[in-house]
Design a protein around this ligand. Sequence first.
Ligand code: NAP
Length: 316
Amino acid sequence: MTTSNRIALALAGVGKIARDQHIPSCENGSDFAITVAISRNAVIDGAENFSSYDAFLDARQNGKTDEIKAIALCTPPDVRFDMAKKAIAHGFDVLMEKPPAATIGEAEALKELADKAGVVLFATWHSRFANGVEPARQWLAGKTIEKVEITWKEDVRRWHPGQAWIWEAGGFGVFDPGINALSILTAIIPGQTIVERAKLFFPENRQQPIAASLAMKTAGGAPIAAEFDWRQEGPQTWDIVVETKEGRLRLAKGGAELYIDDSLTVEGPDREYARIYDRFAGLIRERRSDADFQPLRLVADAFLSGERHIVEAFVE
Ligand code: NAP
């Protein structure tokens, strides 16, 4: 990969999302070149490869890999804090996959550390970059919201095969996809969203929920119901419906399609990660962070207020 005119990027954690999105987005874009890869199990062709994070940082300390100015952390959330903290201490601009950290305390500490160090912190929410989301926000501005319904139902075996971490404490369970819906919700609805009640459904052999029902409300008091379920086989559903006094909005396919009063008004090819890297480049140019932790707060509030229900064991 050429580094000329591109920002030299280190990428840590070469798993599903790194392969599916980060690597192709950098290759196809014009702003970043992955010149360093940090992975315990994989290599990226054309990059300098390190098998441990500390080995990479040691090399950096010793004056090697000096060209690296930014890092993308594509690991699971429970290891993100330590990695991001070290990256900030080394002066890198940092892009974090969602969810930004395992707890709100960690996320806020990272923001404070980044601000003090003068580095850019980009807590990404990829679903916010789906085609329909910004047009949905604009359409809803100034309208009177009466009710919101979120249905986020997918097959965990299909989307998270072999990901043991996702079921462990700090792995988020069904909130790993559910937080994507909450990231869209908090982008398109003005004001604070408040969790009132939640029901969390834990397989008897797992630490994290396989399904959740949330009762929330907008700052104006309109009800928001969310159903997250990882047991859906067949067609998959990632829908948000907003009823307003002035009409009905539906975001389908995770925000990729926008319907107003049942007519399709926005669709197109998936550009979520292309837009993420455009934004990261813009933030670096402007020396500005983008770190909004509202979706993480809603998940934390669901755990704080949630009833625990035990359901059938999950065996992959
Ligand atoms: P994954 O396939 O399990 O990959 C995560 C990678 O992180 C692993 O391959 C491993 O990379 C590294 N890693 C795992 N545990 C680690 C540990 N304890 N210490 C250091 N590195 C560790 O998971 P993923 O689906 O790519 O998800 C990663 C993040 O992206 C999650 O926060 C997830 O929510 C988010 N995300 C995923 C998707 C998706 O469709 N899967 C979509 C959007 C966002 P090495 O083997 O290279 O060390």
